[in-house]
Design a protein around this ligand. Structure first.
Ligand SMILES: [Fe+2]
Length: 581
């Protein structure tokens, strides 16, 4: 059975394809459109999934969509009656409502199949069950507690469940307008980070400050012993006034969700171009602290109900890698699974897995790596390289022996060069995991500034992450567990912080990715070659891009390499080195 899963008309739209319950391909539309978090319809991601599977649209048995416009209708109506929201809110809601007719039409056009054919095959999977399914059904756990925390989806912001085999039983939900994701969004906006998905910047800023505003931020939210979340609503506008949102054909955007009252509590809001100062750092630290307190309270309540030792997390808040790394220490859960696309992109996967298991499918698939996108062979790469005029600027060669290729590259990294590393299948999820990565020497403290000023042009406070050979994890990190998806932050051992300063954040932590020979042989080989040269089994790994979605095709990697001050580009077996650097 072939199941197409899609997240459509939302942020981070994506498509995945399951064959008999096993994942074949998973891709975000932003990589094709070259606009971050692309919202709309995942047209090209669908086509690429089919191409990878060697399937035609007529082969698709089910189309699972990670929205259910009929979910919680009664509750939505009651909310409107009780709260009499501003007509602008109702107008916004109507404008952004999920339009089923439009979805049928668009799918029918995209797949070149009659509307009726498509309509008969669609499963609408509510947003939160899709989040839950994306984690539990991809996890190695036969039984687990499962939790999804986000802004909102289908009127829900937090859901807790028990997973066993092919069953997922939702036990608790937090409904609109209460939401931990929305609290994080509000303070992120308050701090002047107004673009969709900017929350991770606030998380990166937090370790620079002291949480002196924690008591004030605690006034905005309450989580009780049962994990019930309550926002102090007068500080928020999303439930009473219109919030400008766009979800179609472009970068998604969400207008301010806080009211002027928030400034009476926290002082003046920062404007986007204002300098960041100690007050903003303290506010970020306070938000992160309170967010963690709230999340751990929700998780402890879930543990009391389920008595499971294993936990699967999903939802936008499961992208908070700092909180994720503390779950085992702060809650009774001893094992945690989070797949790499835990944001709304992952609901495409969850919808498909949900649909498969609802039809009695077997549980055999476990997501152990994140490489589910397109790949390009050496001939395709060569064609793109030959199509670009690099005469006099770049030396090219092809190195077919993998060990020699890794040795050649490791020598340049150890020599301080910044290397674009483009290999195999593109990553699923927001993190580059060694297939569309920029890699560099983590031992050089100045490497952050070098990459920031020469290539990435991003905020200086944001940390860079380490890829580490899984065998060396305990040698470098405190109480960490292997994580191939770079979604948990752990303390770097104090004696190693000076060894890898470029990937150690200001608080001594690192958002690590463990690399094993099994999950990514070529990347592991590169790290091993670097270890043989330097004694350090760690590389600085940042996504291969320059303020854009991660590069997808060789041509985009070449373009990024040539327009920035990257020194070396390794694509498949082809290596390019700038002569002037
Ligand atoms: Fe979500």
């Amino acid at each position: 059975m072939l199941i197409l899963g899609i997240n459509a008309y939302h942020g981070d739209v994506a498509a995945v394809l399951l064959h008999d319950g096993a994942l074949v391909a998973a891709i975000e539309e932003e990589r094709f459109r070259r606009v971050k978090h692309w919202a709309g319809f995942p047209e090209q991601a669908i086509q690429e999934c089919l191409r990878i599977a060697g399937a035609s649209p007529a082969d698709i048995d089910r189309v699972a969509v990670s929205r259910n416009p009929r979910a919680h209708l009664w509750r939505k109506a009651m909310f409107a009656v009780r709260n009499r929201p501003d007509p602008r809110l109702l107008a916004d809601r109507a404008r952004n409502a999920f339009n089923v007719t439009r979805l049928y039409t668009r799918l029918s056009e995209s797949l070149a199949l009659p509307v009726d054919h498509v309509r008969r095959r669609i499963d609408f999977v509510e947003h939160h069950p899709a989040h839950l399914a994306s984690s539990f059904f991809a996890s190695p756990f036969e039984e687990a507690a499962v939790c999804a925390i986000d802004g909102f989806g289908d009127f829900v912001s937090t859901s807790s469940a028990s997973g066993a085999g092919s069953r997922l039983r939702v036990s608790d939900r937090v409904f609109f307008p209460h939401s931990l994701g929305l609290l994080y969004l509000a303070i992120t906006q308050f701090l002047g980070f107004s673009r969709y998905g900017d929350e991770f910047k606030v998380m990166g800023l937090a370790p620079y400050g002291e949480p002196i505003f924690a008591d004030r931020i605690r006034q905005l939210v309450h989580v009780d012993e049962d994990g019930e979340v309550r926002l102090n609503l007068p500080y928020f506008s999303h439930w009473s006034q219109g919030v400008a949102m766009t979800w179609d054909d472009g970068e998604p955007s969400i207008g301010p969700v806080f009211t002027p009252l928030l400034e009476t509590l926290l002082g003046p809001a920062r404007q986007r171009d204002d300098a960041l100062d100690a007050r903003h750092e303290a506010m970020a630290a306070s938000l992160q602290l309170v967010h963690e307190e709230c999340v751990f309270r929700v998780l402890r309540a879930l543990h009391r109900r389920t008595r499971q030792s294993r936990l699967c997390l999903a939802g936008g808040c499961a992208m908070n890698s700092v909180a994720n790394g503390k779950v085992r220490a702060q809650t009774p859960f001893s094992e945690v699974y989070i797949q790499p696309a835990s944001g709304d992109n992952g609901t495409a996967l969850g919808a498909a897995l949900h649909s498969w298991h609802a039809r009695g499918g077997r549980r055999e698939f476990v997501m152990t790596h994140g490489y589910w996108g397109p790949e390009f062979d050496n001939d395709e790469i060569a064609r793109d390289i030959h199509g670009v005029d690099t005469a006099g600027r770049v030396a090219r060669q092809r190195i077919d022996d993998e060990e020699t290729l890794c040795q050649w590259t490791a020598e340049r990294i150890a020599d301080g060069k910044v290397v674009g590393w483009f290999q195999g299948r593109m990553e699923w999820g927001a993190r580059a995991l060694g297939n569309r990565s920029i890699v560099a020497d983590p031992r050089r403290a100045d490497m952050r500034d070098i990459i920031n000023t020469r290539i990435k042009f991003r905020e200086k406070f944001r940390p860079f992450a380490p890829s580490i050979a899984v065998e060396a994890l305990d040698e470098y990190f405190v109480d960490a567990v292997p994580d191939p998806f770079m979604i948990q932050v752990y303390p770097v051992r104090p004696d190693k912080r000076e060894v890898i300063p470029a990937v150690t954040h200001v608080d001594g932590s690192g958002r690590l990715q463990t690399v094993s020979r099994e999950s990514n042989p070529r990347y592991w080989c590169l790290i091993e070659a670097f270890r043989a040269l330097t004694g350090v089994p760690v590389l600085l790994n940042t996504s291969f891009n320059e303020n854009e979605p991660i590069v997808h095709r060789p041509a985009e990697a070449l373009d990024c390499f040539l327009r920035t001050n990257m020194d070396v580009l390794v694509m498949g077996n082809h290596v390019l080195e700038k002569l002037s650097n």
